[in-house]
Ligand binder design. Structure first.
Ligand code: OAD
Length: 254
């Protein structure tokens, strides 16, 4: 069912436990391309199996490192948009709130979200490709990729690649929050990549209302208890927060 900003705002003010799953669409209005949008999506221009798999990295480590270095630089210049700020405000207003993200750009934290479960890692961090140990940084001594100072293995971005397991603790926390919420938002994600894609339906099976925020409902699951709020998350989440809290307080003061 297609729903409205007002109706979602009402759900939000009444909810006790809210869980949110975000995807690349949340950062689209910050200028970061999504993965699967037909013309602009990253995977329509680049081969994910060359750039986002352990096998691709083993074949062409320098090429993969350089691709992520470029993405890291462009993410470093991007700023959070009103959608990120709205989610940080919702966290401050709702007593039990969990933000789960598939994004690796760190923009939720930059917008002030305090607790962010990162399912796919963070492009701003690196780790050793041999033992997985996360590093504070690396020395640019001309070698690409740079080497781990402890074991000499190549460093790689601390992001989850195709065929790899998600960080166990993040996945476990995301699963419990989804089981345990009464309102679940799925925002800016095509819901195609498992296991994140199952989280909204886990919540739904356990009785939560699911609100999907996306410019399109094409290809997304439909059914009772699943509402679609159609639009760009930056615009529409700011409207939801405004309708949920700011309008109410203005009314009270007048
Ligand atoms: P996708 O590129 O698959 O989907 C992006 C979604 O955002 C689509 O449903 C768009 O319709 C929607 N969208 C576009 N602009 C939007 C806007 N302004 N506001 C709200 N929604 C908008 O990205 P993800 O679902 O995040 O994995 O992709 C999941 C995973 O696949 C990523 O985390 C990445 C990728 O391979 C890893 O890197 C492990």
């Amino acid at each position: 069912m297609i729903t409205t900003v007002e109706a979602v705002a009402q759900l939000l003010v009444r909810a006790e436990r809210v869980a949110v799953l975000t995807g690349a669409g949340v950062s689209a209005e910050s200028g970061i391309p999504t993965f699967r949008d037909a013309m602009t999506g990253m995977w329509s221009r680049f081969d994910p199996f060359e750039l986002a798999s352990p096998e691709g990295f083993a074949r062409q480590p320098a090429m993969v490192w350089n691709w992520y270095a470029e993405r890291r630089a462009s993410v470093g210049k991007a700023k959070p948009n009103p959608g990120h700020f709205a989610l940080a405000e919702i966290e401050r207003r709702v007593r039990h709130f969990t933000l789960i993200t598939q994004n690796v750009d760190g923009l939720h934290q930059e917008a002030g979200s305090r607790r962010v479960i990162e399912l796919h890692g963070n492009i701003r961090r690196v780790k050793c490709s041999r033992d997985g140990g996360v590093k504070d940084g690396w020395t640019e001594d001309g070698e690409v990729p740079p080497r781990c100072s402890e074991c000499g293995g190549y460093l790689r971005p601390d992001v989850v690649w195709f065929g790899e397991l998600l960080p166990a603790r993040a996945l476990q926390e995301a699963g419990s929050a989804s089981l345990d919420c009464d309102l679940f938002f799925s925002i800016g994600t095509s819901n195609l990549v498992e296991p994140a894609a199952s989280l909204p339906w886990t919540a739904h099976r356990h009785g939560a209302k699911v609100v999907v925020v996306n410019p399109t409902d094409e290809g997304q699951r439909r059914g009772p208890g699943i509402e679609y709020l159609l639009g760009n998350s930056g615009e529409i989440l700011a409207q939801v927060v405004n309708a949920a809290w700011h309008k109410t307080s203005e009314a009270t003061h007048s």
